[in-house]
Design a protein around this ligand. Structure first.
Ligand code: SAM
Length: 271
C-alpha cells in the first residue's frame, strides 16, 4: 500500500506502508504516532524478544542530548551533520545544540521518505542558526558531503553524528570505510558521535531481536561487539568515559546510568 505524506505539500513523498521500516519501528518503540500496522507488528515481535528495547531507544535519545550538549556547550562545536536522523522525536539535534549555542548549523540526512515527510519539524532553526535536510543514503558519502557543504563550512570543525544507523550497513558495504570517508572530509577539532546496537550486551535476547527484525523489516540489522564498534573510532581520541553502554556516557544521575540499554556509544575527537 502506498501513502502520501499528510503534510499539505505539493511534492509529497510517497511511501510503502505494507513493509516495516526502521524509522517507523523506532518511532513506535519511542511511543510515537508516525507508524503503520506492519511497523507496529514488527516492533511488537522485537519487544517480545528483547523487552528492554523500549529503554534502549530512550537511552539512545538521552545520549544524543547529552553528547550534543557537551559538544555545543563545552567543546565549542557549532556545526553538526546528523546522518540517519529518524522521525523527529524529543531533543532533536538542532534544539539541543541551539539551546547551548544559538548560532549552531545542523544538516540532517536520512533516506526514508517518511522522515522526509516530517522534515519540516526539523527545519525550525532559531534565527541565529541554520538547519537543512538532505534526502540521501549514508553509503553515498560523496553526495552527502557535497550537499552538506551548502550549509556547513568544512574548513571548520564539524560533529559527524551516526546515531543507531550503522547497524543497517552490513559488512559487505564496509561501514568502517564509510566512517573514514566522512572523517577525511572534516578538519582537526571535529568529532564523531556514534551509537550502535551491541551483539555482546544481552547477547541472546538482542540476537533474537535482530533475527526477528531481519525477517520483518526492509532494512537489515547487523549487531556488532565492542571491539567492532571501537574500530569506528580508529585514529580518534575517545572522550571520557570512552566507548560505553549509552546510559553510562556522562549520565546526569545514578538512576540514568543504570538504565537498561543494549547499545555502545562514544564521542571521539579528530586531532
Ligand atoms: C534506528 S533509527 C535512529 C534515529 C536517530 N538517529 C536516533 O538515534 O534517534 C535509524 C535511522 O537511520 C535511517 N537510515 C538507515 N539506513 C540509512 C542509510 N543507508 N542512509 C540514510 N539513512 C539511513 C533510517 O531511515 C532511520 O531513520
Amino acid at each position: 500500500m502506498e501513502h502520501e505524506a499528510d503534510d499539505g505539500d505539493e511534492d509529497r513523498p510517497v511511501f510503502d506502508t505494507s513493509v516495516a521500516h526502521i524509522a517507523r519501528v523506532y518511532d513506535y518503540w519511542l511511543g510515537g504516532k508516525d507508524n503503520f500496522a506492519a511497523d507496529r507488528a514488527a516492533a511488537e515481535q522485537a519487544i517480545a524478544a528483547y523487552p528492554d528495547i523500549v529503554f534502549s531507544v530512550r537511552a539512545n535519545r538521552a545520549f544524543l542530548a547529552r553528547a550534543v550538549r557537551y559538544l555545543a556547550g563545552e567543546a565549542g562545536i557549532r556545526q553538526f551533520l546528523d546522518i540517519g536522523t529518524g522521525i523527529p522525536a524529543t531533543s532533536n539535534t538542532h534544539e539541543v545544540a541551539q539551546s547551548a549555542a544559538p548560532e549552531s548549523r545542523v544538516v540532517y540526512v536520512d533516506n526514508d521518505p517518511v522522515v522526509l515527510a516530517h522534515a519540516r519539524a526539523l527545519l525550525t532553526s532559531g534565527p541565529h542558526g541554520v538547519t537543512s535536510y538532505l534526502d540521501a543514503d549514508l553509503r553515498d558519502t560523496g553526495r552527502v558531503l557535497s550537499a552538506a557543504a551548502e550549509t556547513l563550512d568544512f574548513s571548520q570543525p564539524v560533529a559527524i553524528m551516526l546515531m543507531a544507523i550503522l547497524q543497517h550497513i552490513d559488512d559487505a558495504d564496509d561501514p568502517w570505510s564509510i566512517v573514514r570517508a566522512l572523517l577525511g572530509a572534516v578538519p582537526a577539532g571535529s568529532y564523531l558521535v556514534l551509537t550502535h546496537p551491541a551483539s555482546d550486551i544481552e547477547a541472546q535476547r538482542q540476537g533474537e531481536l535482530a533475527k526477528r527484525l531481519n525477517q520483518t523489516m526492509a532494512e537489515k540489522v547487523s549487531l556488532r561487539d565492542h571491539a567492532q564498534v571501537a574500530r569506528f573510532f580508529d585514529g580518534l581520541e575517545l572522550i571520557e568515559p570512552g566507548l560505553v553502554r549509552v546510559p553510562e556516557w556522562r549520565p546526569s544521575s545514578d538512576a540514568e546510568a543504570s538504565s537498561p540499554a543494549g547499545l555502545w556509544g562514544g564521542v571521539g575527537r579528530k586531532d
